[in-house]
Design a protein around this ligand. Sequence first.
Ligand SMILES: Nc1nc2c(ncn2[C@@H]2O[C@H](COP(=O)(O)OP(=O)(O)OP(=O)(O)O)[C@@H](O)[C@H]2O)c(=O)[nH]1
Ligand SMILES: [Mg+2]
Length: 249
Amino acid sequence: MIQLTIIKITGYGPWTLTLGSDREHHLQILQSSLYKEIQKHFSEKNCLVFSNRFDELFAISNGLSLKDHVEIQEKLSKSFSLGLSMTIGYGKTPFEANLKASEARKSNTILDKDHNILGFMDGKAVQDVQILHMDVDGTTSISSAKSPYEISSLMFRIFSEMSEFFLGKNSLTFFMGGDNFMIISSEDGKANAIKFLELMEKKYSIIMNCGIGRAKTAREAANHATKSLDAIRKLRNSGERQRVLELPC
Ligand SMILES: Nc1nc2c(ncn2[C@@H]2O[C@H](COP(=O)(O)OP(=O)(O)OP(=O)(O)O)[C@@H](O)[C@H]2O)c(=O)[nH]1
Ligand SMILES: [Mg+2]
């Protein structure tokens, strides 16, 4: 079972207009400091935060209680004058958890009014997070033949394919920077990763690697996925070719 917390700036649109038109730099500074603080507080509690839109962030919050959410809200309110809402959802797949949170937002299902926390929680369910850490094989050599902007354009094409493919598998994809992507995966992560890597090779001649991690919390799952990805590199250096790997826990 996955638990997801969607953190969103409240009343952001109208507030941005109050800054006048020379506002873009202000908004960018605000959004990046917001990301920094939110990642800090959630990761301290073994969660991991993904930027969905710059004014809306997704935290995989398995193991976090309502009290933990209140604590984080209180810390954030000390750093930011803008209000933030948190909406919690859970489900068998990451996509279902996102639907549940969306349903709570639409029906205004309040968990803690004073701290603007909405949603549905299910403390009894088995906690199980599966993360796929994907990375392009040999970006450095591709980069030497292309300019920085062309590389970014290629990364966004990969991101777009990945997002669509994994949405069809009830999974959520995020671009993490460089040539790195993380997918919050549904049950059948390994089979889906193998299919996606085949598609990328066939359609774009791009070789990718994928480390898989599974754990009770998001941070542990990501740690394991990255460890598995690094193990693929070590195997490659010793002459063995493996594209998808999940190291035993
Ligand atoms: N978010 C994130 N970025 C990373 C990580 N490791 C590397 N990067 C970024 O990815 C870029 C590319 O690095 P690599 O993937 O190691 O380079 P490469 O030439 O593709 O090498 P291989 O992946 O080993 O084939 C780096 O410049 C960093 O920006 C990671 O664990 N997480
Ligand atoms: Mg790479």
